[in-house]
Write a protein that binds this ligand. Structure first.
Ligand SMILES: NC(=O)c1ccc[n+]([C@@H]2O[C@H](COP(=O)([O-])OP(=O)(O)OC[C@H]3O[C@@H](n4cnc5c(N)ncnc54)[C@H](OP(=O)(O)O)[C@@H]3O)[C@@H](O)[C@H]2O)c1
Length: 306
């Protein structure tokens, strides 16, 4: 049987293309639908505007206080020291402890998980020190995870003496996947997929707005146009032969592809509008009911991922 998969609400565009009032509405609906996991990072939004450093987590904190919510599960990715989209970060034990205390102060018992956010290091001694710091957090009952790790095998090797049951965030979509880079961690459902729409791709029937995700993040939509056209044509054939309600969005294809990919534990969703959120949640129910397995095989055949 397929292990259960959860949805996690992403916050990367909050205080960027998604203003505070809209983020509040997304949280209202996501929470009302019974979902609890929220994904953040110290550097969200990564819009290179220093005034917005940590603004996304500020919105989340404000929403929690406004509504007196006590049962969210907040996942924070740590290490970044700015939101300039540079690899500059700090994973020293003292910094990890400082930022952990900061998030405990902000989110209290709702702080459910801490992830290392971007690590290009290869030196075992330095990574060992980071793991020792994370071990203290684990003893507090916080889950520990990894994201953007350049040398995952070093982490895996050192883990022999720690036994972390890592969660891993990986970019995973029809045009690109980090799954093979994390080969050392394959074999159990520990992967949370992000960027499932490759940053906001749409079918040719939809159009990109001026403030669309692809525009602000410089996603090369033209480069992906061929794949998008193939997805559209696959969908047309699938809809014509399926007795289920027709699929109309690139996001639905992305959800199918991610849901049935190996070792998936969670799907990070990044809706910018409540209508997108609603469509995602409704479609997720269909996936949980076992629909669209066949489409996965067809989509996987289009993707160039290993
Ligand atoms: N670990 C990491 O390093 C990392 C990196 C990136 C992201 N993340 C996390 O993953 C979350 C999601 O990532 P992402 O924003 O890159 O995801 P994405 O799904 O690739 O892109 C999100 C965009 O897709 C479009 N979209 C989403 N749902 C839709 C729907 N139902 N119908 C139509 N369009 C839809 C929207 O575009 P428009 O707004 O243009 O309509 C939305 O802004 C982030 O918020 C963040 O929390 C983690």
């Amino acid at each position: 049987m397929k292990p259960s998969i959860d949805l996690i609400l992403g916050t990367a565009l909050w205080a960027w293309t998604i203003p505070r009032s809209q983020a509040f509405k997304l949280l209202d609906d996501f929470y009302a639908a019974g979902f609890r996991w929220i994904d953040g990072a110290t550097n969200y939004p990564i819009n290179k505007n220093t005034e917005d450093f940590r603004a996304a987590e500020g919105i989340l904190h404000e929403w929690i206080n406004t509504h007196g919510v006590r049962d969210l599960k907040v996942l924070m990715k740590i290490g970044s020291v700015n939101n300039l989209y540079t690899p500059e970060n700090n994973l020293s034990p003292s910094f990890i402890q400082i930022i952990y205390n900061e998030y405990l102060h902000l989110f209290g018992e709702q702080l459910a998980e801490i992830m290392i956010h971007w690590d290009n290091r290869e030196q075992a001694e330095e990574i060992q020190a980071t793991l020792e710091a994370l071990d203290h957090l684990r003893q507090d009952g916080v889950r520990i995870g990894l994201s953007g790790i350049k040398h995952p095998a070093v982490y895996q090797q050192l883990n022999n003496s720690f036994n972390f049951d890592w969660d891993i965030q990986m970019k995973h979509n029809l045009v690109y996947s980090d799954y093979s880079r994390y080969a050392a961690f394959h074999g159990s459902p520990r992967f949370m997929a992000y960027g499932i729409n490759a940053g906001g791709l749409k079918l040719p029937t939809a159009s990109y707005r001026q403030d669309s995700s692809t525009a602000v993040r410089n996603v090369p939509t033209k480069k992906y146009q061929e794949l998008v056209l193939k997805v559209a044509s696959t969908l047309e054939n699938y809809n014509a032969t399926s007795s289920l309600a027709p699929l109309t969005r690139f996001n639905e294809c992305s959800m199918v592809y991610t849901y049935y990919s190996p070792d998936i534990k969670g799907i990070l969703i990044g809706p910018s509008k409540n209508e997108q959120l609603q469509s995602t949640l409704t479609f997720f129910q269909q996936l949980q009911a076992g629909q669209h397995q066949e489409l996965y095989q067809q989509l996987a055949a289009l993707s160039s991922n290993d």
